[in-house]
Design a binder for this molecule. Structure first.
Ligand code: THU
Length: 154
C-alpha cells in the first residue's frame, strides 16, 4: 500500500484527527485575501477545549499591515477565550491551489510558542488530508523564549 503521509506520526498526539484538521484548513483556503503575493494560506488550529479555529492570510496595500493565516487562527481562538494550542494544520498554494507544504514564518512560530509548550504543540504541514508532514513546535523553534522566561525567580 502506498504511504501518502510524508512523516511518521509524532507520539503523544494520537487523539488529534489530522484529516479533519486538514480538511477544515483546505475549505478555508479560498477565503485567503492575497491579491499581492497570490500565495494563499489557511490554518486550522485545535485548542485544548476541543474547538477548531480557522484563519487565512489577509494582505494589505500597505504591505506590512498584512497578517499570516496562522496568527489569524490563533488570535481568533484567543478572542474566544482559548489559551492552550494543541495542534495546527497549515495549507497553502499559489492562486489558492494547495501545493507544496508551507512552513510557518518565524513570527507565527513565536506566537504559537506563547500558547503552549513547544513539545506539546503539533504542527501539520499539509497538501491534502492524506499528504502531510507533521512535527512539533520544538522542531521548528528549538531553545525558544516563552512566557515562563519572564517569571521572576524568587
Ligand atoms: N504567509 C502565511 O500566511 N503564513 C506563513 O506561514 C507564511 C506566509 C502569507 C503571508 C503573505 O500574505 C503570503 O503568505 C506571502 O508571504
Amino acid at each position: 500500500m502506498a504511504r501518502s503521509q510524508l512523516s511518521l506520526p509524532v507520539p503523544g498526539f494520537e487523539e488529534v484527527d489530522r484529516a479533519s484538521l486538514i480538511g477544515i484548513a483546505l475549505s478555508a483556503l479560498s477565503k485567503a485575501y492575497a491579491p499581492y503575493s497570490h500565495f494563499s494560506v489557511a490554518a486550522a488550529a485545535l485548542f485544548s477545549s476541543g474547538t477548531l479555529y480557522t484563519g487565512v492570510n489577509v494582505e494589505n496595500a500597505s504591505y506590512p499591515a498584512g497578517i499570516c493565516a496562522e496568527r489569524n487562527a490563533i488570535f481568533h481562538a484567543v478572542a474566544e477565550g482559548e489559551k492552550r494550542l494543541r495542534a495546527i494544520a497549515i495549507v497553502a498554494g499559489k492562486n489558492g491551489i494547495p501545493g507544496e507544504h508551507c512552513t510557518p514564518c518565524g513570527i507565527c512560530r513565536q506566537v504559537m510558542r506563547e500558547f503552549g509548550k513547544p513539545n506539546e504543540i503539533l504542527v501539520i504541514l499539509a497538501q491534502s488530508p492524506t499528504q502531510y508532514t507533521e512535527l512539533t513546535l520544538e522542531d521548528l523553534l528549538p531553545r525558544s523564549f516563552g512566557p515562563e522566561d519572564l517569571l521572576a525567580e524568587e
